[in-house]
Design a protein around this ligand. Sequence first.
Ligand code: ATP
Ligand code: MG
Length: 486
Amino acid sequence: MLKVNPIKVLLIEDEEFDVRRIRNTIKPFEDNIEIVDIASEGRYAIELLQTKKNRYDLVIMDFQIAGGLRGEALIKRIKDIDPSIQIIVITKMTINITDYDFAHNLLDAGAFWYCTKYPGDIEDYIYQPTDFIISIFNAYERGQLIREKQKSNQKFDINVKSILESRKILGVSEVIVKLREQIGNFSKSKAPVLITGHSGTGKELVAYNIHYSGPRKFENFIPINCGGIPDQLIESELFGYEKGAFTGADKSKLGLFELANNGTIFLDEISELPLTAQVKLLRILQDGEVEKLGRTDKTKVDVRIVSATNKNLEEEVKKKNFREDLYYRLNVLPINMPPLRERKGDILLLADYFLNEYSIDMGKEPPVLEEAAIKVLTEYDWPGNIRELKNLVQRLLFYDDKIITVQLLENALGKKISDLENYFGNEGVSFRSLHGIVPLKQMEKTFREKYFRFIRSQCGSDSEAAKKLGLAHPNYLRMCKELGLK
Ligand SMILES: Nc1ncnc2c1ncn2[C@@H]1O[C@H](COP(=O)(O)OP(=O)(O)OP(=O)(O)O)[C@@H](O)[C@H]1O
Ligand SMILES: [Mg+2]
């Protein structure tokens, strides 16, 4: 119990006689308990607490003191300034020593303990010394525990903030703004979330954001890829097993659901979960109970389930690969991730962001995107979505050029722009325009024009071009005219 640093006490007491009695009561422990300041008035005590932050471990206060601020009101003010500080109250002897309401109100206001001071004819002690001293030590320990908890919560909070910072969902498009709002709402609930969307659209990112924005943020977030574990192992991974459950089970194993207790489990590629495991998962969703292999009684868990898939689960249900009842249980709060090509407004923002981030990582100036390259980026279809864009940016930076040209994009994409004519032509013509998909008639005209131009550039004369195109000469000329090439 001996402390290297003494417990620092602020004493609030206005009677010399009682100050002396308190000092004398703690005297045998003066190396461990130090009265740092004495305030004879509530207001002065508050001033001390406000100006000398962290100077005191403990307050010992007389309940009835001079001045307007005293009693429960003073206790509350002290706790407002520092909720971790512990308060021991000394009260005058009351006739009715079993006044529970009085005691209750004191503790309610925030006091740690209270004692009824000895009558005035006991000159040496304020209270039974060992009880008084033990209470001081107990109060100190409690204060320390609270302070440590505050500190570790702060650390956790910083941790959570940095996780969220590194997993920001970027975008200004309407769908992304809505998505962020949806995550904010969904994170508060415990209901299962099913995230659907193509590969690389940010499903995992969303799962992290749901967990770390909600009340479970200080608990475990356990991601598991259901497609990445062999069928025969998935049940023992998810639900665990008892020692002796099967040959080779020489000790029991905690399942991921137990590990995620009070937190969140992220079941990625949920469509790949074998049917037997689907039954067990359904039971967890229904009763919150895990069935461990080799154990008859069930283990209760409180786990939030977020799952994701890039398959059409309804189709999987139709094909009997996925249980319908489980599908409905998982899909309580649905989130659908739009492909990148459907939110073109975000492409440049994301490209810029990744260019900056990776350039900083590599310790160089971010390169600038040439106008034509911006057009290519926004017109491209991005089948691999944001992951593809992110990877492309990483590759681009290895070329170490200050300006990103179309040529550089071609190299980094590993595709020739001419191969990309599905997306845009030489003049930047694409299947899509600002108004949506280009109508067939317009598309045909564009294609003919480009095709004719190409053939003509390969031929020395009109008759050669007509021949290559398999057209009679007059027809060739008429069509060139229609296309505005002559
Ligand atoms: N809106 C976004 N802002 C910033 N980064 C994003 C965004 N969306 C996705 N990313 C990044 O793109 C990459 C792919 O995202 P993620 O892994 O979440 O996709 P996914 O939908 O889970 O893909 P898959 O189906 O292939 O598993 C990650 O590096 C992620 O951080
Ligand atoms: Mg994923």
